[in-house]
Design a binder for this molecule. Sequence first.
Ligand code: SF4
Length: 233
Amino acid sequence: MTYSSRRWAFRAGGPSSDEQASPATTHTGIEARPRLRPSSPTKSALRSAPVPFLHRTPRGTTANRALKRLHDSNQLTAEKLLRLSQSDLAALIRSCGYHNQKARKLQLLAGQWAYASSLRRRPEAMRERLLTVWGIGPETADSILLYAFGHPYFVVDAYARRVFSRVGMEEGGGSYETVQQLVHQELGQEEGVLGELHALLVSLGKSFCKTRPLCGGCTLQRVCQTGRKLDSR
Ligand code: SF4
């Protein structure tokens, strides 16, 4: 997944002005993001829902341009998305890669949106419903629950798994549910905290804990199993 937007969930009308702000650095040496405030569960929640789909991009493609075009086209209601032909929708989001597949997923989600949204006070039921949609797995469902509806579900993505495994948490390689439950148990279920942890792990994964980790510049090195091993060589 590629995350270059400082505010992960889009608000009204495209990338927020935060995107132009210079990155701050936290005490962990990770680029700080503003505390993520998941969108309020209103009808505008659909504006955030495409983000998890579009942000899974192959190398060399960009999700942000596709998201901006989608917002600028004023097509982000379930009805409008369903009225578009799949090829027109795919053309709108072409820059994010796998655009035909993603257009299909978006339209399937749009088809379920009214019913899924009606379950906003029953997050587990909403999650179950989202998981029935082709192309939506636990990671995407939890992204929608957290960022579009403000429900406290930790999003277990590849960055989280990589960092957890490398620092020495056995659970990092476990099932999606195992990792998620561990985070919920350790940190509680407060959506701001879970969103911020997710954003920081993504940032760490992009800055230091890459496929080939740059442990020398990572301030987790002293507490990280992998970082310590590499340091002692
Ligand atoms: S010390 Fe290295 S392996 Fe550990 S979290 Fe940092 S970059 Fe990743």
